[in-house]
Design a protein around this ligand. Structure first.
Ligand code: 0A1
Ligand code: ZN
Length: 889
């Protein structure tokens, strides 16, 4: 049984609303301690459903008055609902007046203050913390907003849509009136008031329309917005070119705020961004930050169509907008990367992220389907499954109907549903109906199991060669392991993009039995049964199979390839993703046995020679080399094991890293020297690839030097750290020193802090690096506890909390999982402490224990004790309660 008070909400219980709100006029008198909100709504009964009372959501509000058609009316308050039993049958005007307290709002949901300004965050259910409303995505209204505030403190007053009027009021106050012509759900409402400045750009889009683009930030941050502006302009052009989706607003605004629970938010015409997802400069941000910001700016912009123009009927459909929009931002980033090798690098990074974040989710206590069946707290469902796995599902549509077919499907989706709140089924129907006779159309219902079945399918592939018949048969089998609440599963539709190679590395023509001729050297097989065989003809030798190219489905593949075959793929595969995959598999093949047995790892020459060849290759580019030579993360290794001993994994990875550093020392040095980037900074794929490889090489060289007591490379790293012309190189050198525990690490850290003490986003990096440092004898854990007392540390700012605490608990397994349980005690304390401040952030931290049942002893029992201690707290938020309950049940 579930404890606590928050009920479980079921997808099947969806009911259309009893009333529609057609228009809403909001007036805000903004004061940090108490803001007065007046809301005038035009309401209409929904004739399609039975009569019922009008129930408005409202949380943490002080209600002042309720009028219907200008007259007072009787109402009652039931929990967080305001109930009006006798609302008129005919259309009516409802006026509500209430106050809220932005300054006290540390949850950062609803209207809150940050850095002396006002900001809102309404997704998913934050609007009800501003005023009483039908706070659900299928109620779409046209908003007019009047903002009134002190002019000196809040010279900028923004809301969605177009600015109609602004002017002065008495007592040093001023006002601004905004109108958004597009009906929208309340979760897309936004307002901002503060002392901000804007970078502005006027553009004319393909269709010949003029638009004003603005990026608002605090005064000193303006020069860090150039990249975001360029990314926005590129996103607008891309959506018009690829999907024929234009910018529909005269004015498009982005605002940065340093207190924010997530990355950014797609409020109509007024996107609000965490400064960490907006501001970059070469001196303060890394190449990865530049790429991430380009992707997030694009993501929020793309929501304007996938999310805003067509929105979700209910929150179970969240992936309808999120999976689709992540897919769109991934495609955009790939198109921006342009060169095929750079596209592959982006795909590799996306898959690595999916495996690091979503696969563990799928095998833990919070496993849920892309379209979940139930939830307690919707804020807990902004997950890698909804986002990243959801994007993989959209990618599979594209694989099954082709790129053009997918674009046709999108066009049909907007033709049918523009201005509506719809479901994942509507999306599936549009893609399918636009592509009759496609690989999708014959198995649409089965394909839709990707929405309802949680868990990562396992695919097994084995080949049989018949020399006399010159055939090779590929036997594919799938298994769909049980997840909480889903014991029995049906087969999934799994597109397997594949090719065959000769042992000498040639790409072989692919002709299936029964076909007249070969159909090229790459094709997509569709596995939709538990077991299926495909026979290829005309083969003179047993080929090496390159399966699941480009990671064509979010599954775990067991292809049974030998090391020798993996080395063929590493060397010759035309699919860069599978070349990289071969490098990771070769590493895992060495790591997993020693992690299981606890024996000492000794690297073999076949592996070392393979890696040396990658490093020395004059065909592969630097970005790819860096990815291939980076060992699988400790989290991903844990994912391969039934029983997890984090200390053993850490030890094995550490040993392997050292041996790789030593065995390839000369090659690392050559790579370091060959990958220096001269001239001005640019985050283009070639330069950033070179920096990535140089940073990895430096890390290896310093690691090896510290072990052998050689001071030269630590000295060079320190010098590079001091002289670096950009953050990527500076951070790379600092990381090399810290990760190798060089004597110069401490002075470098101190110098770094002194240099950037006025740059909060860089100080976040400083905390994060120390939280992520490889553990030795508990020193990292002790340092993190000490850093909690640092004057720059604060639990109230989500970025800062994440930088230190999440780095330790989420990204540093060896420092966190301690035999003395101190890591878990620390975790439980922080969850409880954070829950009183910001339940959403606390809920995320609570997720750290999702997979505690897989831990070896003594970790498992200690984890259970920590979970039980959190569970025993009577007044947990629904966010934390849901996560902890699911972990314990
Ligand atoms: N829709 C946003 C993410 C987001 C979700 C929830 C938030 O507050 C609870 C804030 C932002 C996106 O996908 O970018
Ligand atoms: Zn999104």
């Amino acid at each position: 049984m579930r404890e606590g008070t928050a009920p479980l909400i079921h997808r099947e219980d969806y009911c259309a609303p009893v009333y529609w709100i057609r228009t809403v006029d909001l007036c805000f008198d903004l004061e940090p301690a108490k803001t007065l909100v007046t809301s005038k709504m035009q309401i209409e009964r929904n004739s399609a459903v039975a009569h019922g009372p009008l129930r408005l959501h409202g949380e943490e509000l002080t209600l002042l008055r309720v009028l219907i058609n200008g007259e007072s009316v009787s109402f009652r308050q039931e929990g967080d609902e305001l109930v009006i039993d006798n609302a008129p049958d005919a259309d009516f005007a409802l006026e509500i007046r209430n106050t809220c307290a932005p300054e006290k709002n540390t949850a950062l949901s609803g209207l809150y203050t940050s850095g002396g300004g006002f900001f809102t965050q309404c997704e998913a259910e934050g609007f009800r913390r501003i005023t009483y409303f039908l706070d659900r995505p299928d109620v779409m209204a046209v908003y007019s907003v009047l903002l009134r505030a002190d002019k000196a403190r809040y010279p900028v007053l923004l809301s969605n849509g177009n600015l109609l009027e602004q002017g002065a009021l008495d007592n040093g106050r001023h006002f601004a009136k905004w109108h958004d012509p597009f009906p929208k759900p309340s979760y897309l409402f936004a307002l901002v008031a503060g002392d901000l400045v804007a970078r502005e750009q006027r553009i004319t889009t393909r269709s010949g329309k003029d638009h004003l683009l603005q990026v608002y930030v605090r005064r000193g941050d303006l020069e860090k917005t150039e990249h975001a502006m360029n990314s926005l302009i590129a996103s607008i052009a891309w959506d018009e070119a690829r999907f024929k989706l234009p910018l529909d607003l005269e004015r498009f605004m982005i605002v940065g705020v340093s207190d924010f629970n997530m990355g950014a938010m797609e409020n109509k015409g007024l996107n609000i961004f965490n400064t960490s997802a907006l501001l970059v400069s070469p001196a303060t941000a890394t190449d990865a930050d530049f790429n991430r910001i380009e992707a997030i700016v694009a993501h929020e912009y793309f929501h304007n169509w996938t999310g805003n123009r067509v929105t979700c009927r209910d929150w179970f459909q969240l992936s309808l907008k999120e999976g689709l929009t992540v897919f769109r931002d991934q495609e955009f980033s790939m198109d921006m990367a342009a060169a095929p090798s750079a596209r592959a690098v982006k795909r590799i990074e996306d898959v690595r992220n999916l495996r690091a974040m979503q696969f563990p989710e799928d095998s833990g206590a919070m496993a849920h389907a892309v379209r979940p069946d139930s939830y307690v707290e919707i804020n807990n469902f902004y997950t890698p499954t909804i986002y990243e796995k959801g994007a993989e599902v959209v990618r599979m549509y594209q694989t099954l109907v082709g790129r053009e077919g997918f674009e046709k499907g999108m066009t049909l989706y907007f033709e049918r549903h523009d201005g509506q709140a719809v479901t994942c089924d509507d999306f599936a129907a549009a893609i399918n109906d636009a592509n009759p006779g496609s690989e999708l159309s014959t198995r649409l219902d089965a394909f839709k199991r990707w929405y309802s079945q949680a868990g990562t399918p396992r695919v097994q592939a084995r080949g049989r060669f018949d020399a006399s018949a010159r055939t090779w048969t590929l036997d594919l089998a799938q298994a769909n392991p049980p997840t909480p609440g889903q014991d029995d599963k049906l087969s999934q539709v799994i597109p397997v993009r594949m090719g065959l190679l000769s042992h000498a590395g040639a790409a072989l023509p692919l002709q299936l039995q029964g076909e007249d001729a070969a159909a090229g050297t790459e094709r997509v097989l569709v596995l939709d049964k538990a077991e299926q065989s495909f026979t290829f003809v005309g083969l003179d030798e047993a080929p090496v199979a390159s399966l699941l190219r480009q990671f064509s489905a979010p599954v775990v593949l067991d292809d049974g390839l030998t090391d020798a075959e993996l080395l063929v793929l590493l060397k010759f595969d035309t699919d860069a993703f599978n070349r990289w995959e071969a490098s990771q598999r070769l590493a895992l093949n060495r790591l997993l046995p020693v992690v299981r047995s606890g024996e000492e790892l000794t690297l073999d020459t076949a592996y070392i020679d393979g890696m040396r060849a990658v490093l020395r290759s004059d065909q592969l580019d630097s970005a790819f080399k860096a990815l291939a030579l980076t060992l699988p993360s400790e989290g991903y290794i844990a994912e391969q094991l039934d029983v997890i001993d984090p200390q053993r994994i850490h030890a094995a990875v550490g040993t392997m890293q050292l041996q790789l550093a030593r065995a390839l020392r000369d090659d690392w040095q050559a790579a370091f020297e060959a990958n220096q980037v001269a001239g001005g900074y640019s985050a283009d794929p070639v330069s950033s690839g070179k920096r990535a490889l140089a940073n990895l090489a430096l890390q290896m060289l310093v690691l090896d030097a510290v072990q052998t007591g050689n001071d030269i490379w630590p000295g060079r790293a320190y010098q590079r750290f001091k002289d670096a012309g950009n953050m990527t190189e500076r951070m790379g050198a600092l990381t090399a020193l810290v990760f190798a525990r060089a004597g110069l690490a401490q002075p470098a850290l101190e110098r770094f802090h002194a240099l950037f003490k006025h740059e909060p986003l860089v100080i976040d990096k400083w905390f994060a690096l120390q939280g992520r440092a490889p553990e030795l004898d508990g020193q990292v854990f002790a340092r993190v506890k000490q850093l909690m007392q640092h004057p720059d540390f604060s639990l109230k700012n989500p970025n800062r909390a994440r930088s230190l605490i999440f780095s330790l608990c989420l990204f540093n397994p060896a420092a966190f999982h301690r035999t003395d349980a101190a890591g878990y005690v620390f975790w439980a304390d922080r969850v409880l402490e954070l829950d009183a401040i910001n339940p959403q952030v606390a809920g995320r931290l609570a997720r750290v224990m999702d997979r505690w049942t897989k831990l070896a002893e003594p970790y498992r029992s200690a984890a259970h004790e920590a979970l039980a201690r959190v569970a025993a707290k009577p007044d947990l938020s629904s966010d934390v309660r849901e996560v902890i309950d699911r972990a314990l049940n």
